[in-house]
Design a binder for this molecule. Structure first.
Ligand code: UDP
Ligand code: MG
Length: 141
């Protein structure tokens, strides 16, 4: 069954003019875009989104970065969307990311790593709900 995951093109990738190239990867990897928008998170929105990492040493830097400029948020659809999108983006650290993965090709560091992907179906649902209302998701569900 096709299901959804949540993806983000992070501020570094938008700033570096890689949005179009990453969109192309999304589509050629077989994902459908259910919904997408460009927005800039406030610091407190970024803190809310990355709440699970609030005790980690990089939390301040991460939420500064994520609120530093616009990012593209997307709801994506495919068979096994969560796992497939994690494979497409590659490891968190670009030095460890697989050849051909988005992070290998577009990330500049472990922090500024171009894209986000949900790590479970449960978190995908939560993260999609963080940014999209039901009416924004119906077009291509
Ligand atoms: N991050 C960081 N330093 C680290 C680990 C993670 O700045 O040592 C940032 C990075 O932007 C990463 C995000 O925090 O994408 C969330 O971390 P997570 O371990 O959930 O990695 P992801 O799920 O994004 O691969
Ligand atoms: Mg994660």
């Amino acid at each position: 069954m096709k299901n959804m995951t949540f993806a983000m093109i992070k501020p570094d990738a938008v700033r570096n003019r890689n949005t179009g190239k990453i969109y192309d990867r999304i589509l050629t990897s077989g994902f459908s875009i259910v919904s997408a928008k460009l927005l800039r998170m406030t610091k407190s929105q970024a803190e809310g989104f990355y709440d699970v990492h609030s005790e980690r040493p990089f939390f301040g830097e991460l939420t500064e970065f994520m609120s530093s400029g616009p990012c593209m948020v997307l709801a994506l659809k495919k068979e096994n969307a969560v796992e497939e999108w994690r494979k497409t983006i590659g490891a968190t650290n670009p030095d460890e990311a697989e050849t051909g993965s988005i992070r290998k090709d577009f990330a500049t560091s472990i922090g500024e790593n171009a894209v986000h992907g949900s790590d479970s179906d449960e978190n995908a649902k939560k993260e999609i709900g963080f940014f999209f209302s039901e009416s924004e998701l119906i077009a291509n569900k």
